[in-house]
Design a protein around this ligand. Structure first.
Ligand SMILES: Cc1cc2nc3c(=O)[nH]c(=O)nc-3n(C[C@H](O)[C@H](O)[C@H](O)COP(=O)(O)OP(=O)(O)OC[C@H]3O[C@@H](n4cnc5c(N)ncnc54)[C@H](O)[C@@H]3O)c2cc1C
Length: 390
């Protein structure tokens, strides 16, 4: 039996679920197809840091929009995102100081509540942090982290309330075309018909694009995270992105601190998304532990409790591809978010829904993320050395 929809979305990660919500809210009949379970891909392992420190006007605007949704999630989406406001700090090297200042000016220009703080001011925000190699820091009091499972499930449930039908354990095996127009998909369960199909398959995004005959430069890359248990004397702390030590750390429930790297080299850890080592390596724990202790020496009192590996879907400029591919076919792509996709997802859902409905005045113009930028050598670049952060 074949079922007919307005739109088929492939992948129920945070991007697919947010887009399903926005499309079905506008009355479109949406089928959301997922080969495993909601959040089974990158999303379920996301560190889920929510911040607005971006260095392009568009991405800063999207981060601002998304931050507002996280602060107002129950009303805007419904349900709980687990958002915890801890504040967010960025540390960068002296040579990046001018860039940091310009970045803060850009963010303030789009309405983001962010500021530069002196090393003295930093002591009030995060006592006991090592400051001797810093000139100043960027601080967003509104930043924090969310729970990726809660958030994605809440989006899926909100989409369902608006009529989206979610099909789990439903692996899309082919995209069907007639006369260069998409007409539906084949899956391991049944066929689905629709004049529009949206690829939100994250690290599997290149494989799904190939079903439409398109090669996209999206690599599936393994990234690791490790967790430390703090003694009761060390309370929750702000999120820190430390470009000097190429690392990040944030509080986690249960008096834990979650740590990872901010390292362009992660793009070299290309793996098969269906078959990779999901454990954390001891060498990674030791390396990241040292970097975090360098910044926050009291972390030496913490006990490591292991970690895990997940996947980034990395493009050559660490920004997504949001486009219709092939042009005019009704087959769309919205994936390749590298380490950014969680926090931007509320705005991405709006952007993707506007693209599919052909909105005349889209809230966020997807042109920056067009596929042709790679052939045109017009990649999305931040204005600063630490541009992999967006
Ligand atoms: C360790 C780690 C830390 C991160 N930290 C942050 C952070 O702090 N802040 C932030 O903003 N971002 C962070 N990210 C990035 C962010 O999590 C991702 O960008 C985001 O989750 C991507 O969502 P997605 O929906 O595009 O992809 P995914 O969550 O991977 O969803 C794609 C879905 O498609 C399904 N699928 C694939 N192929 C098919 C098929 N053929 N048929 C049916 N279904 C299919 C998959 O099973 C999967 O569920 C992190 C990621 C990782 C791994």
């Amino acid at each position: 039996m074949t079922q007919t929809y307005d739109v088929i979305i492939i992948g129920a990660g945070i991007i697919g679920c947010s887009t399903a919500f926005h499309l079905s809210k506008q009355g479109l009949k949406v089928a959301l197809l997922e080969k495993e379970d909601i959040g089974a891909g990158s999303t379920g392992r996301s560190s889920a840091i929510v911040r607005q420190h971006y260095s392009n006007t568009l991405t800063a605007q999207m981060a601002l929009h998304s931050m507002r949704i996280f602060h107002n999630f129950e009303e805007a989406v419904g349900g709980d995102s687990g958002f915890t406001q801890t504040g967010f700090l960025v540390f960068s090297a002296a040579e990046d100081q001018a860039g940091l200042e310009a970045n803060i000016a850009l963010q303030r220009g789009v309405g983001i509540n962010t500021e530069l703080v002196s090393t003295e001011g930093l002591a009030d925000i995060f006592p006991n942090i090592k400051r001797d190699d810093l000139m100043m820091a960027a601080y967003e009091s509104e930043g924090g982290y969310a729970d990726p499972h809660l958030t994605t499930t809440a989006y899926a449930n909100a989409a369902r309330r608006h009529g989206t039908q979610v099909f789990l354990d439903t692996h899309v095996t082919n995209i069907r075309f007639e006369k260069d127009k998409v007409v539906g998909v084949e899956t391991t369960k049944e066929n689905f018909d629709a004049p529009q199909v949206l690829n939100c398959a994250g690290p599997w995004g290149a494989r799904v694009a190939k079903m439409a005959g398109i090669e996209v430069p999206i690599k599936s890359c393994r990234v690791q995270v490790t967790l430390f248990r703090r003694p009761p004397t060390l309370t929750a702390h702000p999120v820190v992105v430390d470009f000097i030590h190429a690392s990040y750390f944030r509080s986690e429930t249960g008096n834990l601190t979650l740590c990872g790297l901010v390292d362009p080299e992660e793009a070299n850890a290309v793996v098969d998304p269906d078959n990779y080592d999901e454990n954390v390596e001891l060498a990674f724990v030791a390396d990241v532990g040292e970097r975090v202790i360098e910044r926050y020496p009291m972390m030496e009192q913490c006990e490591n409790i292991g970690g895990y590996a997940g996947l980034y879907a990395i493009t050559p400029d660490w920004h997504p591809i949001v486009d219709e591919l092939p042009a005019g076919s009704g087959c769309f792509i919205c994936t390749g978010f590298s380490g950014h996709g969680f926090k931007l997802a509320p705005a991405v859902g709006v952007m993707a829904a506007d693209m599919l409905t052909g909105a005349s005045a889209p809230e966020f113009d997807a042109h920056l993320f067009r596929f042709s930028r790679y052939a045109e050598d017009d990649l999305v670049r931040g204005q600063y050395a630490y541009s992999i952060a967006g």
